[in-house]
Every structure is written in C-alpha cells, then in structure tokens.
Design a protein around this ligand. Structure first.
Ligand SMILES: NC(=O)c1ccc[n+]([C@@H]2O[C@H](COP(=O)([O-])OP(=O)(O)OC[C@H]3O[C@@H](n4cnc5c(N)ncnc54)[C@H](OP(=O)(O)O)[C@@H]3O)[C@@H](O)[C@H]2O)c1
Length: 287
C-alpha cells in the first residue's frame, strides 16, 4: 500500500505537536510519514526526539497483540518559515522532491504577538461575558504594525498568506497523483487551525478591506484567521473538480506557547479557571 504523508506547519509546539502525537500513536494508514514543518530546525529536532520517545513509551504500555502489528510510521523535519515567501517556496520544492504525494497539510503555524495583558478589559469580560473572554483575545493588547523584511504584515504573512502561497505553489503536484495513489476519493486534505476569534472580527466589523493585512488595526490575529477561513472556502471553489479539499477547524482553548512572550502562565491560569467556571455553569443548565 502507498505511503501517506502529513505535513504539519508549526509541528514542534502546542496544537501542532499534539496533532503529530495523535497521528504517530494512531496512524490512519499502515505506511505513514509525519513531517514537522518548522521555522527553527533545532526546535523541530527536539520535538521529533520527544515525540518518538513518548511514542516508544506508549507502545510499551499497549498490549502485546497491538505491538506485533506496529505500523510503519516515521517522523521527519522540514524547514519552513511561513512568514518568509522565499522559505515557503524552498519548502514547496523540498516537499515535491521528498514525497510522491502530500495527503494531509495541516496549516497550523500561527502567532499572536501581544505587548501586555489588558487587565481592566479582561476583568470586565470575565464577569460580563466569560465565554467571549475564553474564546477571544480580548484580554490582550496586540502589537500593531509589525512587518516582515518583505513589507508584509507579520501576523497576516505567518498565519494566512504563507500557507496560501505554499498551497498555490504546490498546485500542479497536488493535482497529479501517481496512479498507485489514486483510488476514488483519494486526494489532499488541507486542514486549517482556525479560531473562534475569526467569527468575532466578522461580527464586530473590525475586518478592514482597505487594510486586509491589518497592519494599522488593533486585531491582526483575528483578521489573519478570518482571511484563513475565507481562503479555505475559496480553495474549495477553486478545486471543485480537483482531488483537494480544504477544512477549517477550531481547537478550543488550549494552553500552549502562544502567549509565551507575555508570561503565559498567568493568563493560562485565568483562562483555565474561567473555562471551568463556564463549563460548570453550562453543565448546571443542561442538567
Ligand atoms: N492555543 C489556543 O487556545 C488556540 C485557539 C485557537 C486557535 N489556535 C491556533 O492554533 C495554532 C497553533 O498555536 P498554538 O496555540 O499551538 O501555539 P504555539 O504553541 O505557540 O505553536 C505555534 C507554532 O507555530 C510556529 N510558528 C510561529 N511562527 C512561525 C513561522 N513564521 N513559520 C513557521 N512556524 C511558525 C511556532 O514555532 P516556534 O516554536 O518556532 O515559535 C509553533 O510551532 C495557531 O494557528 C493558533 O492561532 C490556538
């Protein structure tokens, strides 16, 4: 059976690491390659080593019957900085060179640069709209006006445009699947790690077509996520008669490294506590 390949952008940390771990422990195919596509190869190598060590421990815990049918899964690393077009083009070349097909592309890499916690605003929403508090970035003052060396909005380029460029660059390769990979319904699945925050900016009208990279505005993160969602819908139209499908996912609220720059432990703790309070209240009402 043909080897299937999954590329995960930002696979060295947080949700991307979790996706890799799940695929490694329960691969959907007997011959499977997981690729951690990361901007920092040292962090990628460390994540690969950590994944393999955890997986070996997991296998030891499983019963002997399962161990004898161990699937053939390998984990590779790939250099990819989604904010830099030259890096994206090089990564696309590398993917084409290494693999006959790309079966899953997880567009997961993302940043939410924040300068500080907006304590007063956070306190207001914790009590007035706790669900909104945990599913939005309302507790953060985001950094405005960050640009890449090419002059793109940094958050826009990292979260949305770099992924779009990667997909468009891979197009002929995605369409021309080798005959032995081509059963009906077979193709490439693109899976975006989106965010509820995309819906918030859509409903508040804070998305600005005249500043679609959101360089001037206060919500570059939300704006980039809304663009990712829009691109995903556009790709499904563009690939209507091609073996490529695009999906948007929302991971929920996850304690990851995304707030690391502002000392994420405090914010993570508050979010966890409010999360428990909200879900406890929901359970109370549904009983
Ligand atoms: N955490 C949540 O509650 C939550 C909720 C909704 C959606 N999301 C989305 O989930 C995705 C993953 O975030 P996370 O929460 O898991 O945060 P995370 O732990 O900070 O992981 C982000 C990953 O993206 C990588 N990355 C950042 N900039 C990159 C670039 N220019 N090129 C390539 N990789 C880059 C990071 O690499 P480095 O390690 O090198 O920085 C890291 O591997 C993001 O798209 C985020 O918007 C998260």
């Amino acid at each position: 059976m043909a080897r299937k390949v999954a590329v995960i952008t930002g696979g060295n940390s947080g949700i991307g690491y979790g996706i890799a771990q799940r695929l490694l422990d329960d691969p959907p195919y007997p011959h499977f390659t997981i690729v951690l596509a990361c901007r920092n190869l040292q962090r990628a190598d460390e994540a690969r080593a950590s994944l393999l060590a955890a997986h070996a421990a997991e296998l030891l815990e499983r019963d002997d019957d399962q161990a004898t049918t161990k699937p053939d899964v390998d984990v590779q690393v790939l250099q990819l900085d989604t904010s830099r077009p030259a890096s994206v083009l090089a990564a696309a070349r590398d993917i084409r060179r290494r693999f006959a097909t790309l079966d899953y592309l997880f567009c997961n890499a993302g940043i939410l640069p924040a300068s500080s916690i907006a304590y007063l605003r956070a306190a207001y929403y914790i009590f007035s709209a706790p669900h909104y508090f945990i599913t939005s970035s309302v507790a953060l003052n985001q950094v405005r006006g960050q640009l890449t060396p090419e002059g793109l909005g940094l958050v826009f380029a990292t979260n949305a445009f770099g992924h779009y460029l990667l997909i468009r660059t891979l197009e002929p390769y995605l369409f021309n699947r080798p005959a032995d990979h081509g059963s009906e319904g077979d193709g490439t699945r693109i899976i975006w790690t989106s965010s509820n925050t995309s819906a918030h900016i859509g409903s508040t009208g804070a998305f600005r077509p005249d500043d679609y990279q959101h360089i001037e505005g206060p919500n570059p993160y939300e704006s980039s996520k809304m663009i990712g969602d829009t691109v995903s819908m556009y790709l499904n139209q563009r690939y209507a008669d091609k073996p490529v499908w695009s999906f948007i996912t929302e991971p929920g609220t996850v304690a990851s490294n995304i707030y690391a720059e502002i000392g994420n432990w405090l914010l993570s703790l508050i979010i966890v506590l409010v999360n428990y309070a909200v879900s406890g209240r929901q359970r109370l009402f549904s009983d």
